[in-house]
Design a protein around this ligand. Structure first.
Ligand SMILES: Cc1cc2nc3c(=O)[nH]c(=O)nc-3n(C[C@H](O)[C@H](O)[C@H](O)COP(=O)(O)OP(=O)(O)OC[C@H]3O[C@@H](n4cnc5c(N)ncnc54)[C@H](O)[C@@H]3O)c2cc1C
Length: 411
């Protein structure tokens, strides 16, 4: 019997969409390269209100109310809680509906796929053939099947982080630091000529802290060696010694992937579908929020007797990338291109102005929950709040910015 949907992958995106599809009562198969129950390695953070809005804040393992950033002399206080997911609970939150819906897991690597009017037939590296009415590619940022146009260099968020014991503590007790952009540990020449990076840091309790040197986005990516050296210098400059390393995190993922071709037969979800927020790099909150709606749209399409497999895929893509999100993606990509050109001093000014926006605006910008007019309104207000040097940077189009602006305006 042909299954309704085959989901490729077992990362957050695959589990999110598979659980939504199972909750819709569809027959779902999963293809996992490894054990789908194996713990995830990445630490996933989120603004707590994103989860509260969905009644899911019990999925947090850590939560901070004392949340700050440094962009200059006085710290900026963020008036929202931030949290880190309990990865075991997050995984279980998605796996349980899959188990209730009798999702069948297959193990292997997807390699090739062919399509006909009733569905698709996928082959694994081991030669297994899997048939489904719809295939969803959730194989991450370098997807196995989803195709995207080439629109030039890809910018990557890169970070090197350490979970460990420090002396003295790198942040205040119970504190979360979203971005510490202070760079007084670097020479004037380094600050001029090298890419800006910031510290993301938090008190995990029981004497443990997580500190991560991060490059928001750059093409080519800042190398792991540079990030590690920067982190060690930053800590040494503040008189903080690393006493014990419990875990290290090397982070690298694309920030400005073009939208996929929305007419292809395999539907993407998560990193595979360029769903990472192009201005912040966040994805997991959006997966929780959006997977049920996308799954419902796919279920409706599969239950529509007038739609063939092409029509079902088209309905899936429309749910993943409706016109309003396409438009916002273009606006965010334009904004990111600007940010990548800013000097360290301009970034300080930019973020100071950004977090001076009314809380619903900066939060809605980062969570991607504003409407298009609200997003444009927030950007206009930001322009009004920013000093002249930043305004000048924002209005001078360089490189591919004009093309990106064109796409943002055209929607
Ligand atoms: C270190 C790090 C930290 C991050 N921190 C955050 C954060 O704090 N908050 C946030 O919201 N986002 C964060 N992100 C961004 C984003 O949420 C993650 O990259 C997230 O893991 C993407 O989820 P995904 O399921 O799309 O892809 P992945 O997690 O990459 O999962 C892809 C899955 O597909 C499988 N696969 C790949 N190829 C095949 C194949 N050919 N056949 C079968 N299976 C295949 C893989 O085994 C894997 O199971 C972070 C990313 C990284 C790398």
């Amino acid at each position: 019997m042909t299954t309704d949907v085959l989901v490729i992958g077992s990362g957050p995106a695959a589990l999110a969409i598979a659980s939504g599809l199972c909750a819709e009562g569809l027959r779902v198969d999963g293809l996992a390269a490894g054990d789908p129950h194996a713990p995830w390695g990445n630490t996933y953070g989120v603004w707590a209100p994103e989860l509260e809005a969905q009644g899911l804040d019990h999925l947090l393992e850590h939560r901070w109310s004392n949340c700050i950033s440094h962009f200059g002399s006085a710290p900026v206080v963020h008036q929202h809680d931030y949290g880190l997911f309990d990865r075991t609970k997050l995984q279980a939150h998605w796996l349980e509906p899959c188990e209730r819906g009798h999702l069948r897991w297959h193990r292997g690597f997807a390699t090739t796929i062919s399509h006909d009017q009733d569905g698709s037939c996928l082959s694994t590296a081991a030669g297994e053939q899997l048939r489904a009415r719809l295939v969803i590619d959730a194989s991450g940022h370098q997807p196995v099947f989803v195709q995207r146009p080439d629109r030039g260099p890809i910018a990557y968020q890169a970070a090197y982080g350490v979970v460990g014991r420090f002396s003295p503590a790198p942040v205040e007790p119970d504190q979360f630091v979203l971005m510490d952009f202070r760079a007084d540990h670097l020479t004037a020449e380094e600050r001029q000529s090298e890419p800006p990076t910031f510290l993301y840091a938090m008190d995990l309790g029981n004497g443990l802290h997580f500190v991560e040197e991060t490059s928001l986005a750059l093409a080519p990516a800042v190398s792991p060696d540079v990030l590690e050296r920067r982190l060690r210098r930053r800590l040494a400059f503040r008189g903080v010694a690393i006493e014990a390393i419990r875990d290290q995190e090397h982070c690298l993922f694309p920030m400005n992937l073009p939208l996929p071709d929305l007419s292809q037969r395999v539907v993407g979800f998560g990193g595979a579908a360029s769903m990472v927020h192009p201005a912040s790099g966040y994805l997991v909150g959006a997966l929780l929020r959006r997977a049920p709606g996308v799954a419902a749209a796919i279920a409706a399409a599969l239950n529509d007797p007038n739609l063939n497999a092409d029509g079902v895929a088209a309905a899936g893509w429309s749910a993943v990338w409706p016109a309003s999100l396409v438009r916002k993606h273009a606006i965010y990509q334009f904004g990111l291109e600007k940010l990548m050109r800013f000097s360290e001093a301009e970034l300080h000014q930019f973020f100071t102005a950004f977090f001076a926006l009314p809380l619903p605006e900066w939060y809605g910008f980062l969570a991607n929950t504003l409407t298009v007019p609200e997003l444009l309104g927030a950007m206009l207000r930001l322009f009004a709040l920013a000093p002249n040097s930043v305004r000048l940077g924002l209005i001078q189009p360089q490189g591919r910015e004009l093309a990106l602006l064109g796409r943002a305006l055209a929607g």
